[in-house]
Design a protein around this ligand. Structure first.
Ligand code: ZN
Length: 118
């Protein structure tokens, strides 16, 4: 799902993206300057590898996300506390954001139920 940044206003624009067993649902809202707020929930299951036994297992996730999208390059010299995603072609790709958030979760140290209880 791709959304042109110019369509995003102060009125929250709802979106919902689904892939396999994951739902990424929330809204986009114009903030200030070149920034657009993205608030969403990432929920469902992801398949990942256990860091201990290397077996594949399913991890339940239920994460609240709040980040900003910058229309063009964002000057890092300006202080901004949240995560910022820079979009260079003025179109935000929600699947891409979802996939990078999933990749971030998978990069954590994760262990399956069997290893957790050992
Ligand atoms: Zn394991």
């Amino acid at each position: 799902m791709q959304i042109a940044l110019r369509k995003i206003t102060k009125i929250p624009l709802d979106f919902e993206v689904k892939s396999d067993e994951i739902t990424f649902k929330g809204y986009l809202q114009y903030d200030s300057g070149k920034l657009i707020l993205l608030k969403a929930k990432l929920s469902g299951k992801i398949t990942t590898d256990c860091n201990i036994c290397a077996d594949e297992f399913k991890l339940d996730i239920d994460e609240d996300l709040e980040l900003f999208i910058s229309d063009g390059l964002y000057k890092s010299s300006e202080e901004y506390p949240e995560d910022i995603i820079e979009v260079l072609n003025s179109v935000v790709d929600l699947e891409e954001i979802m996939n990078s958030e999933i990749a971030l979760i998978k990069s954590d140290y994760l262990s399956c139920e069997g290893c957790k209880t050992k």
